[in-house]
Design a protein around this ligand. Structure first.
Ligand SMILES: Cc1cc2nc3c(=O)[nH]c(=O)nc-3n(C[C@H](O)[C@H](O)[C@H](O)COP(=O)(O)OP(=O)(O)OC[C@H]3O[C@@H](n4cnc5c(N)ncnc54)[C@H](O)[C@@H]3O)c2cc1C
Length: 627
């Protein structure tokens, strides 16, 4: 093959780009990963952390599909916590504090050692098309590189401007240039772009913080890895550290307000919408004016780093105001600032322009993934990168496309939301966005998804076979628990000690397990029934026992969710041709016709999720499709 010709070109080595390149290469495609800095692969632009509420679910799903984010996080995590443990299992979310430098180094190591990936260090300035098909790129070094597909994952860099106070400089991230040419190239052929903004807090010198005054937040005593493939005997790989908690107060707010007239947000210098759910401190002071304090988490940037990240204090106010306010915060009286916070404003492409495979509707073979689709967050970007990489590879190999349903994965919810609702503000994932969240738990990601990774060759077959075997154990374990009975004389003492009501004669383990205060492992360990080999091997299979317990405890809810999914399935399966000319359907409402034309839904279910589409529009579509 010509040196300058590849199956796939990936533009940008951020969280989306490395997943796309890694998946496509392991599926057998030759990949050129063209990125501005080959040592900045997977660089964390903002907080040194992976996962968190709903984002942790995404990482577990990426991992079950054979992506690399979970493995990198496990190798470089310096504090692991399972969030929301006091709530139901649907919202438990793993999160880790990462060593920022090691995270990127591990990403570089993995990508550099992946067969089929050539890393090209350059800036892409133009895209090449032939007959509405992407055929390659131009770089700032004057090179043309050709390919059968192009994945654009250039993040927050396109025409990016960084703001601190009234000073604005071009750049996609501190110390890194912005990228020019791509937006213009795409707009020329009919794409629409818009502006968004995001921000980051100041970084503090660790040695100048008085941690003795602050509340310590350690990690979990028994930390759990993200990746299904991490060897537990080598986990955690690094020493674990604590974060610390402090807060702002009314005096701090007063100082920050002094800077509002020099704020790029309030003076209109920044035009793009910021992340609603990750607001800057100045935004919080205005939007939640009744609150006189906001919690801040001081997070270490790494084991050997002297930098501390102030989670909750993202700001683009002038540096001197940031400094003055910080010094009034408990524990930060003597603080030294390494770098002030800043905001970055960048171009994105509203995502109604991509299809559910993340291929653009306008140009064949061109995929958008990550922040360029209007999302915010490493995990959202990685999930899209993986899906774009898989789909680009499948298309080149003439294989059927891969689209996850909303009932199969958070990744399905994410992409479906993007393509049916588009977005005019940075989109981040929440558990509340997933209507079937009890089925889409972080703990069962492998049960839901590993079969796909096996099909695409993205996981070792033996892992997938282990999951299949476990599934058989789970199903037979559930049946066993329905049959095994405990007698009152063997159970009551234990039930009393667990604060559970006693039984009169006998009760099945399945029924007892439904009681919220009881754990299946404890019930299985009680005396009073025959400990056959099957029971013994079940007791020793911790992962299976955990799944059986959740399946039994939430059986009723899970059944109802499944019934709902089955009911909706008919509409998911009723496909609408992408070529349908909606202007011929005169009976559609005007808004309905405009929206259908804009979003080009793939199915009746997807059409029904577009805002402004009425039940009557759906009936008209159904009648048309039937005829
Ligand atoms: C200052 C700042 C603050 C942020 N704050 C938050 C936050 O609070 N919460 C949150 O969830 N997310 C935040 N983010 C966003 C987070 O960084 C992104 O969601 C995530 O990194 C997106 O991943 P990505 O792969 O799409 O792009 P990125 O991680 O941005 O990676 C893009 C890559 O593309 C490369 N590239 C760009 N243009 C070109 C080109 N023309 N040619 C070659 N290579 C190119 C870049 O060098 C980079 O490697 C912030 C980002 C920044 C910059």
């Amino acid at each position: 093959m010509d040196k300058k010709s590849f199956d796939i070109i990936v533009i940008g080595g951020g969280h989306a780009g490395i997943e796309a390149a890694s998946a496509a290469a392991r599926m057998g495609c030759s990949v050129a990963l063209v990125t501005m800095d080959k040592n900045a692969l997977g660089r964390m632009s903002c907080n040194p952390a992976i996962g968190g509420t709903a984002k942790g679910h995404l990482v577990r799903e990426i991992d079950a599909l054979g992506g690399i984010m979970g493995q990198i996080a496990d190798k470089t995590g310096i504090q692991f916590r399972m969030l929301n443990k006091s709530k139901g299992p649907a919202v438990w979310s793993p999160r880790c504090q990462s060593d920022r430098k090691l995270y990127s180094e591990e990403a570089v190591r993995i990508i550099a050692s992946t067969k089929n990936i050539s890393i090209v260090e350059s800036s892409v300035t133009d895209l090449l098309f032939e007959n509405s098909t992407a055929v390659g790129i131009k770089t700032a070094d004057g090179d043309d590189i050709f390919s059968k597909a192009v994945i654009l994952s250039s993040g927050t860099f396109m025409n990016a401007i960084m703001h601190t106070g009234l000073s604005a400089t071009t750049g996609g991230r501190f110390g890194e240039k912005s990228s020019t040419g791509i937006t213009e190239s795409l707009e020329k052929i009919g794409f629409t772009s818009a502006r968004l903004k995001t921000g980051t807090p100041p970084r503090l010198m660790k040695s100048s913080v008085n941690f003795n005054l602050l509340e310590e937040q350690p990690g979990d005593e028994n930390p759990q890895p993200f990746s299904h493939f991490t060897n537990l005997s080598k986990f955690p790989a690094l020493p674990q550290v604590s974060c610390h908690i402090t807060s702002t107060d009314s005096e701090v707010h007063k100082i920050l307000k002094k800077g509002f007239e020099l704020s790029p947000m309030f003076t209109g210098l920044i035009k793009g919408a910021g992340p609603r759910y990750c607001p800057s401190i100045e935004d919080k002071i205005v939007r939640f004016a009744d609150k006189d304090k906001h919690q801040l988490f001081l997070e270490p940037e790494g084991l050997s780093s002297d930098e501390v990240y102030v989670n909750g204090f993202s700001t683009s106010l002038p540096a001197e105001i940031q400094m003055e306010a910080l010094k009034k915060i408990k524990g930060l009286e003597e603080v030294e600032m390494i770098r002030p916070g800043y905001a970055v404003e960048y171009d994105f492409f509203p995502p109604h322009q991509v299809d559910s495979t993340l291929e653009t509707k306008l140009v064949k073979g061109l995929y958008f993934a990550g922040q360029v689709n209007g999302t915010s967050g490493y995990e959202e970007a990685a999930a899209q990168g993986l899906m774009a990489g898989i789909n680009a590879a499948l298309k080149i190999q003439n294989k059927p496309e891969f689209v996850l349903k909303r009932s199969e994965a958070y990744i399905g919810v994410l992409i479906d939301d993007l393509v049916t609702k588009s977005t005019d503000e940075p989109y981040r994932m929440f558990t509340s966005r997933a209507e079937h969240r009890l089925l889409l738990r972080q703990d069962n990601a492998d049960r839901r998804l590993i079969r796909f990774a096996k099909e695409f060759g993205l996981v070792d077959k033996s892992f997938a076979e282990d999951v299949d075997k476990r599934e058989i154990t789970i199903q037979s374990g559930i049946n066993l628990c329905r049959k095994l009975k405990l007698h009152a004389r063997d159970a009551n003492e234990f039930l009393k000690s667990a604060g559970s009501s006693e039984i009169e004669s006998t009760e099945t383990i399945a029924n007892l397990c439904r009681r919220p205060e009881l754990k299946l492992a404890d019930l299985l360990n009680l005396n009073g029934y025959d400990k056959t080999d099957t029971v013994r091997s079940l007791i020793n299979n911790e992962k299976a026992v955990q799944q059986i317990e959740i399946d039994l405890k939430y059986e009723g809810y899970l059944k109802r969710q499944q019934e709902m999914i089955d009911k909706l399935e008919r509409y998911e399966e009723t496909k609408i041709p992408l070529t349908l000319n909606y202007s011929t359907l005169k009976a559609l409402s005007t808004e309905g016709r405009e929206k259908l034309e804009r979003y080009k839904p793939r199915s009746i279910a997807q059409a029904s999720r577009i805002s402004g589409i009425t039940p009557s529009d759906i009936s008209i579509l159904l009648v048309y499709l039937k005829s």
